[in-house]
Design a protein around this ligand. Sequence first.
Ligand SMILES: *Cc1c(COP(=O)(O)O)cnc(C)c1O
Length: 431
Amino acid sequence: MDIHKDHLSKNLSQRDQKHLWHPLTQHKLSPQMLAIVKAKGAILYDDAGKEYIDGIASWYTAMYGHCNPYITEKVSRQMQELDQVVFSGFTHEPAIRLSEVLMEILPGNQEKIFFSDNGSTATEIGIKMALQYHHNLGSGRNVMLAFEEGFHGDTFGAMSVSGLSVYNGAFEEHFIKVIRIPVPNGNNNLKVLQQLENLISQYKIAGFIYEPLVQGAAAMKMHDAAGLNEILKMCRENEIICVADEVMTGFGKTGKNFASEFMEVQPDIICLSKALTAGLLPMAITSCSQKIYDAFYSDEISKGLFHGHTYSANPLACTAAIAGIELLASEDIQKNIQDVINSHRDFGNKIVTHPRVKNLRQLGVILAFDLDIKMERYGNLRNRLFTHFMDAGVFLRPLGNTIYILAPFTVNPSELNKIYESIETALELFQ
Ligand SMILES: *Cc1c(COP(=O)(O)O)cnc(C)c1O
């Protein structure tokens, strides 16, 4: 057992390097990982005691603040009652209650929810639902439609429909059939519609998967609600199943509970994860309308959706999700959301005329802009920006030259100001 004493002489970052393989990381080019030992509210604490404001809510999950006592209390109580049980053949109160509270806030046409573990599986299931819907109907449709530059996750179906294929090169020959259209930006709406019309006449399109209004991984790129609505309308008229990937946009971040509420035409299928469980536990949901469910409901077993994950509807994750939705519906959190929206608007107005601020954009609590600096000064810009923010005690994760804020709803004004100040300093430092 001597090897187990090794840890006494090494810090966490050193021990990490021995056996851990991190996500989205080229280890040969990456520095050591920073060890985080504690998180509370909007603050992360590293193993040297330094504090960082979590300006991206740990990938948009911990929207009610880290270790929120309202949520942790409920989950710890659930932990004493029922930890885990098979969800095929069994059911339980947390899953049932979650379905009830979700139905109260989801767009009105949603009727059924299907559980999985993460955002990628949520979209994978959404894609499978759309494809099998048409398979069950015998319509012969087998192509997915997606936006250019979309991101829907890292499993095969999700990778296939993602437009950011820089990292997917090794797998391209195994992808499902996908065609793409640009996002509607307000100026190109008609052109995109015409392109879609052409594609519809050429391909047997089963479903359309899209991130409504904000493409997170494409650097918080935002598009036009009226244009998206027209696309959804054309899809609906042509029996193309609309799959909204609200993994990032869901649960209040856009100022509405779901980004889909900005459009008239509601999706047939909605994918949820990230803030679903308020940053506590991994879980995802793919919801759908009665029409979708009915196409699987049959005397023939093979028409069912034969997809299932061992931890489906884990009672602890369901409990965290219920508590999160209760908070989202509370007056306090709704006020927090408005305060962050107003504060971002003021800050946006302050920096919008700065010569290095380009494409300033805001939807709800999401604020983003592109740093406009000379091309020859780009080298390693993203990493230099990241280091600048971390040194200032602010955890932001710039995407290329895009700087964005997506802090917990509960971030307080002085924390917000610290984020803003670190950005203003960056505007002067990086020219
Ligand atoms: C994060 C994300 C996913 C993937 O979710 P994971 O839990 O990381 O697998 C899918 N779609 C969108 C829009 C996302 O932001």
